[in-house]
Design a protein around this ligand. Sequence first.
Ligand SMILES: C[S@@+](CC[C@H](N)C(=O)[O-])C[C@H]1O[C@@H](n2cnc3c(N)ncnc32)[C@H](O)[C@@H]1O
Length: 301
Amino acid sequence: MSEADAIDADMQSFWNGVGGNTWVARQAHTDITLRPVADALLAHAAPRPGESVLDVGCGCGASTLDFARVVGPSGSVLALDISGPMLAEARSRERKVGVSNVEWRQADAATAPLRDYNLLTSMFGLMFFGNPVAAFTHLRQFARIGARMSFVAWRSLAENPWIGVPMEAVAPHLPARPTGKPNAPGMFAFADPGYVEAVLTAAGWSPPKLEALDCALDIAAGRGIDEAVTQSTQIGAVYSWLRNEPDETRSAAVESIHKALMPYVDGNGVRLPAAMWLVSSTPSCGSSAARRRDNLVWRGD
Ligand SMILES: C[S@@+](CC[C@H](N)C(=O)[O-])C[C@H]1O[C@@H](n2cnc3c(N)ncnc32)[C@H](O)[C@@H]1O
């Protein structure tokens, strides 16, 4: 198995296992924490009524439902995710909010046959491909004439204290760990703008525009410091680090996280800086033009 295939297999088992289940359990909280990001992505992507949207890594569907509302009944959203548990949660939320123009599909965005889109978007769902150039090349093939891409991805760990502060608090309780490879598939894969540009241009997209999005995220979701501590132990690296640790190590780590988060308490919120890229690009080759040249059926806009 190639390294890329092994990464994809790990992602399948993580997002269909512990990662997906934890995300579902924490979904109501995470949606509140990430609401400013979902709003910024919607403004950046600017979907229009009637458009066909492809949402990659839709998860439990928070931003998907935003896009579905804006494109309206004359438009549609194809929401892709590899995670069965997260899609099940998304489907049940859709029924509650009365949106009916989303097709939720469990599939790998890097390889699945898709339908044509005007807008490719993603909230934190494009950084996990084992072979990102192949994945973005594949996604480009379904772009309509005039299609655009708009997605959000994290900048570096150092620029994201909302996740770095709990990690630093926990680290002294555990043995030293090797630092990850730069640009490795995962949460911070697209932190480096040069790497994002290299991947996208190699995959036939135009040089992307990266706009910094900086905001304070309320990791307590308005529910106080104890909830912020719980959230910090349930997501990202801290969750994986503590998962199999004995109770005494976990308790000591939780106490340290509590102490580290105290300076950020703001009423019932706990607000820490977060840093992201809003990335936009358009296909530069091999999409609509190539398909017409190859005499494939073309629906256009
Ligand atoms: C960090 S979560 C973001 C979920 C959601 N967009 C949100 O912001 O609430 C990343 C999502 O990408 C999905 N994902 C990872 N690799 C994928 C792939 N190759 N194809 C489709 N979805 C993928 C995961 O299953 C997960 O739901």
